[in-house]
Write a protein that binds this ligand. Sequence first.
Ligand SMILES: Cc1cc2nc3c(=O)[nH]c(=O)nc-3n(C[C@H](O)[C@H](O)[C@H](O)COP(=O)(O)O)c2cc1C
Length: 204
Amino acid sequence: MENHITDTSQDLAQLQLDLIKKRKSTVAFSEQEVTKDQLNQLFEAARWAASCFNEQPWRFIVAQKSQEGLFEKVLNGINEHNQVWAKNAPVLMLTFAKKTFAKNEKPNMHYMHDLGLAVGNMSAQATAMSLYLHQMAGIVRENIQKDFDIPEDYEIVSGIALGYKLDIENVPEEFKLRETKERTRKSLNEIVFDEAWGESSFKN
Ligand SMILES: Cc1cc2nc3c(=O)[nH]c(=O)nc-3n(C[C@H](O)[C@H](O)[C@H](O)COP(=O)(O)O)c2cc1C
């Protein structure tokens, strides 16, 4: 039987928003392991994302630290600037997206969009599990192509570090400033318009 969530109370809506705001791109990962069951749950969240024509263009390569050779190979696909902190995460991923539709091989204009939705789902699920993702555009595509022989029709998109976050008192000095920096966002009236482009009745 399908499991319907019927509680649409304010509490649930507020909890969801709190979780969305709690997410952050940490650079201070704890050594605590993330289990295969937890990874399964995260990928299950990603799998249920919406996508254009239900193409589901997202693909992932994932390595746990215990898979030493594989972990090193994935780390090799991440640039030096990001490796400094990403190497401490217990899980590293690479993301890919199929550029054409399987049914007719026509270009899929929304492959990046849909991968983003899947990673967004994963990210929200991670926060509910007290885990944190840090996405990285800073990757080394040549290394990933060489090490994993990615099929031509797939874009190599990003890296992701995943794990638990260190409590602030345990964050190494080199990461402290970055980890405690205030997170900011554009205001609603800069991004949501109604009567005309640039005009907004929204405020936060
Ligand atoms: C597609 C994408 C690529 C990113 N690339 C990097 C990166 O290479 N290195 C990095 O340190 N952070 C990277 N970030 C993290 C952003 O800098 C971060 O999301 C942004 O500053 C907002 O901070 P927050 O995620 O903590 O809210 C990336 C985020 C996304 C979504």
